[in-house]
Design a protein around this ligand. Sequence first.
Ligand code: N0T
Length: 527
Amino acid sequence: AVTPLPAWAASDEVPHIATRDGRHALIVDSAPFLMLGAQINNSSAWPATLPKVWPMMAAMHVNTVEVPVGWEQIEPEEGRFDFTIVDQLLEQARAQNVRLVLLWFGTWKNTNPQYAPRWVKLDNARFPRMRRADGTLHYALSPFGKATLAADSKAFAALMRHLAEVDRQNTVIMLQVQNEAGSYGLARDHSPEADAAFAAPVPEALRKRLGKPAGSWTALFGRDAELYFHAWHVAGYIDKVAAAGKAVKPLPMYVNAALPGDPFTWQDPNTYASGGPANTVIDVYKAAAPHLDMVAPDIYNPKHKAYLGFLDAYARPDNALFVPETGHAPEYARHFFAAMGRGAIGWSPFGLDPLRYRPSLPLRSKLDDEAIAPFAANYALFARMARVWAKLAFEGKVWGASEPEDPADGHKQVIPLGKYVATASFGSGDFGPTDPKGNAKPTGGVAIAEIGPDEYLVTGYFARVEFGLADPKAANLILDRVEEGTYDAAGKWQFLRVWNGDQVDWGLNFTAAPQVLHVKLASYPIR
Ligand code: N0T
């Protein structure tokens, strides 16, 4: 359920991304909002199935649900719009007290035009597909298709107009424009128009942004020339769709990326979604798509190094970190803490409703309550402090860590806090000296926020947290007071008890229990 608004937040202004000092907040109802999200399956948003998604959302304690709206659903025949499903979504989401992110499945859905109406996807003459170098047709629609761009923009603007009319209360807080755009198996279009553009010099706006001299795509970008070229044109296309929608209602808009295998290794653009907003071409999107607030990673690699590498690639002064999709296997849950620590405005595992293949047997699917438990636990911990956390994140006062799975990476994460340093260790047990062996499975996560002078909010699961001074020779550190508490519905701290003795002598030990601490540090001189 959504955290009720504190008094200082009441207003009906349109949600937007605020940026200050290179940090970001998603502003909803006039205050920073932390999106605790889940994305439903691709085929779940139909009148017959939609009611079946809500119980799992409630069990997960989400405050936001990401839901696809397919172009074919709202414009089955050209020019005839049908917003029945959008109206049902709004009504049911409001009844559930959750916000919505709508996912516009238009020209590109996992790169293909499967969600375009049949009057689009069956008319290659009017809505051209990309061509390979040998002239044969590739499956993806071409970003050079002017009629395609016009038709997609018109439909998206109609959706936004409908929201402007029927959603004054902003149940919908954000839009995803397309889904994992680009193309697989072909790095760029080879239509005559595309070939001519590829032979021309790189546009000044792009090369200036990248600090490059004048030159051809091949001269400036070498083995990634086709990747950059395709990204420039796909991004420019999506930017125009977003602009058409923003002109009607200026909600935050973003694009999501199907990523290469890891963020460190070069990969041939013919082997991943070329043209989409991958980590390799974020700057191209920034130059080509000023109407998009964010580019965002869909992270399906659970390995600690890769996951954090992708987070770091997208957390930039010019880009709010937002994870619109991540895996729903248990090993992904811990990375919620790493995302929180980087000031993410939201995080959302994919496919978390029971309808993946068998709507008639919703409770027999393998996505049952047990499968969602680690995600539900994360959100239970953050649900009532989501507004508090989002404000602290916007002020740059948050840190986080998730457990590495590779013994070679050790079972500790050091978190520098300025004057202090926190060490998170995993698999130390909850009593006795620190001897981290790693949890049986990588489940540990820690989140820390500075809430006042020498005072920190500390929480996590399956982890020990120990504080030290960044300069241990300067003084002796002691715990002044460690309070366990909860946040009430208005985001106010409610004291439960003081942790002392065994509860602090061996570090602050977080187990499977949802516990939030306020830790006040103090020191006395060396001599
Ligand atoms: C995601 C989801 C949905 C062999 C996959 C991830 C969602 C889309 N695509 O369930 O389709 O709509 O955005 C692509 C990851 C491909 C990995 C292939 C590994």
